[in-house]
Design a protein around this ligand. Structure first.
Ligand code: TTP
Ligand code: CA
Ligand code: CA
Length: 719
């Protein structure tokens, strides 16, 4: 090893001879910040682990298939996961199962599990791909494996020194800073003493070794001539230790559960995530701080978190490049053409700066179960049969979230209904005062569908999706004030449930209320009449049972019904340092759809107003006016204060946002029609034919639980 380029530093008090002692670039303060996971210390160590060809591995493990055999997971005619042996044949997600078999005749094709219409449990069905009309995909088997893997990872880390964030169904982030700190002090006790002059801004001594053993890890090159010969500093030592931890975690996952995964180890989440995808499968990549510049410079910035979507495209269009290296030449002012916050964020990001924290508290916010119908369905009965499946699907996931023990439970239930380009949705609160059961959910879901049917023009229906949201920590079953408040909400919902929100071609003036609709319901054909009657009966029964319950309680507070009229205001611009930016940008236009706007103006609604599938941006009450009179709450997602009375509506807004993201994910999972294979997929126009959901969903899929972190990491292919 050639001579180090020593760093000379010392306290202002030091004498000349001491000043010449070579020192580390890092201070005692920065070292100690590791203990508390401070995102500010340059010594911090973050790892990202991503399972290799995840669903495919789930199937090889479940079926005990030799992992060296080519295998792909099929959903209808398309492939959604391809293991590495199969990738050697050039197979990717863009080929159909038929094409895949042509390219690799020995390919093992395993279809995802499905719920069969009317069944109470999902199963692996023979020739499931033939049953797109009557089956619905279940991702439960993969969720179950995902949970096991997360548990195994957590158990491989010291209980008191771990911070693990589930980032998606097959990814986790780990902040290893505290654990690394402990190991560092064990190995280098000299770091444990007080800093010279008790001054934490003093620099650490140099690392007593010039060679670090990186084992078989992929080390990203520094791109500098003397990069490899410069002596290691403490940041390198921290990364070596982190890398040992990750290697151990991965070995545990392999040994205990049989899965291989890849890891990335770096100073922050952004770079760690890029690292895990750098060398696959079954490898780990370390990006030392001295290599960050080179590593990022070679990248397309569209591969960076948050830049995979619209924002990245915008930047490409504006600056005529997708390369980080070229974007680095743009001064901050130029980048700010994308917006001040966005520009600053981008400026720092391409320079490798990311102070976002690993968030272990990430919890499921909502759950969705959906199905696109081909052919479309045509009756209330048929719809109800699907609802049974959705409810079973959602309820089993609720059970895993601890609803039976009342640990957590959802607050609202939503049903979205699509007919051609038009979407209707209904929502109601889930009664909180009694145990949540499948029956309760089914009843609520059925009631929501009945409302849509009674409102008219429900058939043919191209897509139904049911979601529950607003998960909260469980409330005990008491009849006190909580129970009363819930009743108020329920009652309110019963009133507002009669409002539908419709998007698409129908002008808002045509919105029908149940009552008016019944009146104008003269002489429908008998099939329709039957359908209508069935829905009406469900509604009536539900209303009666709710009324009985209400009679036991006090009337809802008048004030709850007289919320001030809603005022549209444009969503506060978000900084793209979180997922919020992406979801706001990608999911929905920043503006309310004209029909929704009109609707809001026409009718000042209480907080349970229902909305269409393109939820408006944050609807803010002019809260300053009410500030003195009412309490506010702080939405940490939007970074704003809102009146407490708006809380449920605002929560619902986030549910809808998640829902839309889910739907987009679902649509992404739909197999492409054969004709579209290998062509660049173009989003079909919503008007392109009845029974086809906007966005091009042409089959069925199952929603995944929307998890906070998951939302942050929209699926991104590494290859
Ligand atoms: P990924 O982690 O993106 O991919 P992968 O695990 O299959 O392969 P890799 O080794 O490159 O990480 O996605 C995880 C799982 O999510 C994947 O196995 C199947 C599912 N998935 C879809 O269903 N549809 C998609 O479009 C993507 C990207 C993933
Ligand atoms: Ca993966
Ligand atoms: Ca992944």
């Amino acid at each position: 090893m050639s001579s180090p380029a020593p760093f000379f530093a010392s306290s202002p008090l030091s004498i000349t001879s001491q000043r010449r002692t070579p020192k580390s670039r890092f201070t005692y303060k920065q070292l100690h910040q590791l203990k508390s996971y401070s995102p500010q210390t340059p010594l911090r160590v973050i790892a990202h682990v991503d399972l290799d060809a995840f669903y495919a591995q789930c199937e090889t493990v479940r079926l005990n298939i030799d992992p060296s055999k080519p295998l792909a997971v099929q959903q209808w005619q398309g492939l959604i996961a391809i293991n590495y042996p199969a990738r050697a044949y050039g197979l990717s997600r863009h080929v159909t199962s038929t094409e895949a078999l042509k390219a690799c005749p020995e390919l093992i094709l395993q279809h995802v599990a499905t719920w069969k219409e009317g069944d109470e449990k999902w199963a692996y069905h023979e020739e499931a791909f033939k049953h797109i009309a009557t089956h619905k995909v279940s991702l439960d088997p993969y969720r179950m494996e995902s949970r096991k893997i997360l548990k195994c990872i957590k158990e491989s880390l010291p209980e008191k020194e771990q911070r693990v964030e589930k980032a998606s169904i097959d990814e986790v982030f780990m902040d290893l800073s505290a654990q690394v700190y402990t190991i560092l002090l064990e190995r280098y006790p000299e770091l444990g003493g007080p800093p010279p002059y008790d001054d934490p801004s003093e620099y650490l001594p140099i690392v007593p070794t010039t060679v670090l053993d990186w084992k078989a890890d992929a080390l990203v090159e520094t791109g500098e001539e003397d990069g490899e010969v410069k002596d290691p500093d403490w940041d390198d030592v921290c990364l070596v230790i982190a890398s040992e931890i990750v290697r151990d975690v991965r070995a545990q996952v392999k040994e205990q559960l049989g899965y291989t995964c890849s890891g990335g180890i770096a100073k922050n989440k952004m770079i760690a995530k890029l690292g895990s995808g750098y060398k696959k499968p079954n490898q780990q990549t370390v990006i030392r701080n001295r290599a960050v510049k080179h590593f990022l410079g070679e990248m397309k910035f569209t591969k960076i978190r948050m830049l995979g979507g619209k924002l990245g495209d915008e930047a490409v269009a504006m600056f005529g490049t997708d390369k980080v290296r070229e974007l680095l030449e743009q001064p901050l002012e130029q980048l700010k053409r994308l917006g001040d916050d966005t520009g600053s964020w981008l400026y720092n990001t391409i320079r490798g700066e990311d102070h976002s924290e690993v968030n272990p508290g990430t919890q499921i916010k909502s759950m969705l179960s959906a199905k696109s119908f081909r052919p479309a369905i045509n009756s209330f009965d048929q719809g109800v049969r699907w609802l049974r499946i959705f409810v079973a699907d959602i309820f089993s996931r609720c059970v895993e979230e601890g609803v039976l023990e009342n640990k957590r439970r959802p607050k609202t239930i939503n049903l979205h209904h699509r007919q051609g380009a038009q979407t209707k949705s209904r929502q109601s609160p889930i009664p909180q005062g009694k145990p949540l059961s499948e029956v309760v959910l089914f009843d609520l879901a059925k009631n929501l569908l009945a409302q849509i049917v009674v409102d008219g023009r429900a058939w043919p229906c191209a897509n139904l999706s049911l979601s529950v949201g607003g998960f909260e920590d469980g409330i005990t079953n008491n009849k006190g004030i909580g129970g009363f408040l819930v009743r108020g909400e329920e009652a309110k919902a019963m009133m507002s449930n009669n409002r539908s929100s419709i998007s698409g071609s129908e002008p808002p003036a045509k919105r029908r209320r149940t009552k008016g609709n019944i009146k104008s319901f003269f002489g429908p054909p008998s099939k329709e009449r039957k359908d209508f009657d069935a829905a009406r009966a469900v509604l009536k029964a539900h209303q009666e049972s709710t009324r009985e319950e209400e009679d036991d309680n006090e009337e809802p507070d008048d004030e709850e019904f007289s919320a001030p009229p809603l005022e549209e205001s444009k969503a506060k611009p978000m900084t793209p340092t979180t997922n919020r930016h992406e979801s706001m940008d990608d999911s929905f236009g920043a503006r309310t759809s004209p029909s929704a706007q009109l609707q809001i103006k026409a009718e000042p609604l209480p907080t349970q107003e229902l909305r269409d599938h393109t939820p408006h941006p944050i609807k803010q009450q002019p809260y300053q006016l009410y500030q003195k009179k009412i309490d506010t709450f702080f939405c940490d997602k939007c970074n704003i204060h809102l009146p407490i009375t708006d809380r449920s509506e605002h929560d619902d807004y986030h549910v809808a946002l998640d829902l839309s993201r889910e739907m987009r994910q679902e649509e992404r999972n739909q197999p492409l029609p054969t004709s579209a294979v290998k062509k660049t997929p173009v989003a079909p126009k919503p008007s392109r034919g009845r029974g086809r959901p906007p966005g091009g969903g042409n089959g069925s899929g199952s929603g995944r639980a929307v998890e906070k972190g998951q939302a942050k990491l929209v699926f991104g292919r590494q290859s």
